[in-house]
Design a protein around this ligand. Structure first.
Ligand code: UD1
Ligand code: CA
Length: 501
């Protein structure tokens, strides 16, 4: 809506009409600056051939739509309005859970009658003036600086389109230019409606634009569906702007990756690799040595110190911190873990800190084939060897569990040596109990420590013992059947075969 102010009354006609001069009141600065973001995500994504809505498929561990919403949340918008349709309930609940603090709004579009129809559904949610940024829920890697540039160029006054020059623009809406210099944007013509000459145009519309909100509302109200697809095309507003003399600006995207959409599993995998390559390049530029950037995956946040080395096929999830000179062997999966300086993680180690997190101390040696679970807090120079599982346990400096062992709900003192095949029996079927192993204890091989139990400092547990009572400091505890040796005993022998008759 435009506000008109009557500046002077010129007179009255014979029929009684008033002749007056009006001036158009511009919106206040605040209204001009107001920003809304509309994200189109109602489409089915038929080519994904999946029961899951397309925008919930994940890239780098997060749904496509979440990438767009997270980027948008940094733009300072009043509202982030997502148009949902296919799988709307699931899309809405997953996004609300993922971004609880963002100003999310959802509008349903049923049935889906085109991109113009999609944005029409958002009109009641939009401000009266300012800028509306329109994005796609299936174009996950659009950069914040690109979005900001569109918003700035729009300034609540111009229609700004993000375009891309492609070798093969098949399927894209074409940017039709003309005017005296031939560079004025006149219209977007959809591929299916384009003439053979228009199909030669290599500049395509990316699906992203920034529009003056007041104009946008008006243009949307007059869209028609008299086209090849019988859809309400959002792109038809370009010709409307041109006809009204509203400036139209086409900004050519600087990179291809940020304007690529996902329509199929092949495209999803391609974008995943592009994303991972970008993360890998950033880390290598910061000095991290990746053995092979093509075999490296970050699905969250990876923070690295100096002289970090990462071998092939490692996956980092959640938040992972690697201190100076940390080395990660091949085929490790690390989630929510903090590894201190100089620690070495040998191949095939799995760490999942979940919410409680995992800490690995300075100079610790972990793996190969180690498993660290939530609440594993390992001190400096701890050694965890192959097929050792540690959960919700602290191990003090220099403690070792080198082979085939389980430590759950335990407190392990300095320099403890925990033998091969030993376990803490921490679960009685109903409750978890703690095991305390004080400094310098030696636990032999194949012991069962039935919690709750305390092994006093310097105690020794004989191999094969089942320990159910506390062991005083410094003592040897042996709890197993005594060995017996029978003199003169002979092995059973087979009876000799009778010769055949
Ligand atoms: C659209 C553009 C085209 C552009 C191309 C870039 C129009 C008319 N055409 O074409 O100029 O080159 O994107 O990829 O806008 N959607 C809805 N509701 C609908 C229809 C679509 O929410 O009723 C959503 C889809 O889920 C998708 C986005 O809008 O996220 C684009 O829809 P899509 O059908 O892929 O657009 P195209 O026809 O390819
Ligand atoms: Ca379409």
């Amino acid at each position: 809506p435009i506000t008109l102010r009557c500046s002077s009354v010129r007179g009255v006609t014979r029929r009684g009409s008033i002749i007056a001069t009006f001036t158009i009141c511009s919106h206040s600065k605040e209204e001009r600056m107001s920003l809304d973001v509309v994200i189109m995500a109602a489409g089915k994504g038929t080519r994904m051939k999946s029961a899951r809505p397309k925008v919930l498929h994940t890239l780098a561990g997060r749904p496509l739509l979440q990438h767009v919403l997270e980027m948008s949340a940094g733009l300072g918008a009043e509202r982030l309005i997502t148009i949902t349709g296919h799988g709307a309930e699931l899309v809405e609940s997953e996004m609300r859970a993922a971004l609880p603090a963002a100003p999310l709004a959802f509008v349903r579009q049923e049935p889906q009658l085109g991109t113009g129809h999609a944005v029409q559904q958002a009109v009641p949610e939009l401000a009266d003036a300012g800028t509306t940024l329109i994005l796609n829920g299936d174009v996950p890697l659009v950069r914040p600086q690109t979005a900001r540039a569109l918003i700035e160029a729009c300034g609540g006054e111009k229609l700004v389109l993000l375009t891309v020059v492609l070798d093969d623009p098949t399927g894209y809406g074409r940017i039709v230019r003309g005017g005296v210099q031939g560079d004025r944007v006149l219209a977007i013509v959809e591929h299916k409606d384009a003439t053979p000459a228009q199909r030669e145009i290599r500049e395509g519309y990316t699906g992203m634009m920034a529009a003056p909100t007041a104009h946008l509302k008006r243009w949307l109200a007059s869209l028609k569906n008299d086209n090849a697809q019988k859809e309400y095309y959002l792109t038809d507003i370009v010709a409307m702007a041109e006809a009204e003399g509203v400036p139209v600006v086409a900004t050519i995207a600087s990179g291809e990756t940020e304007v690529l959409g996902v329509n199929s599993p092949v495209q999803l995998a391609d974008l995943e690799r592009r994303y991972q390559r970008q993360r890998a390049d950033e880390l290598m530029e910061a000095g991290v040595r990746l053995r092979d950037p093509a075999r490296f995956d970050v699905r969250g946040e990876l923070v690295c110190g100096r002289d970090v080395e990462i071998d092939v096929n490692c996956v980092f999830e959640g938040r992972v911190e690697l201190g100076d000179e940390v080395r990660i062997g091949a085929n490790c999966v690390l989630r929510n873990a903090k590894i201190a300086a100089g620690a070495v993680i040998h191949p095939f180690t799995h760490m999942d800190g979940e919410a409680a997190g995992i800490e690995v101390g300075e100079g610790a040696l972990i793996g190969p084939f180690a498993r660290l679970r939530p609440g594993a807090k390992l001190g400096a120079e701890v050694h965890i060897g192959n097929f050792v599982e540690v959960k919700n346990s602290t191990m003090a400096k220099g403690a070792k569990a080198n082979h085939l062992a389980y430590l759950g709900d335990a407190v392990v003192g300095e320099r403890v040596n925990y033998g091969a095949g030993s376990i803490t029996a921490n679960y009685d079927g109903a409750n978890k109990h703690r095991t305390t192993i004080e400094a310098d204890v030696h636990v032999g091989s194949n012991c069962v420590l039935v919690a709750p139990v305390t092994l006093g400092a310097g105690a020794t547990i004989g191999g094969g013992s089942t320990i159910t009572k506390d062991v005083p400091a410094g003592q040897l505890a042996v709890a197993r059947g005594r060995q017996a040796c029978l003199n003169g005993w002979t092995r059973p022998a087979k009876a000799p075969k009778k010769p055949a008759e």
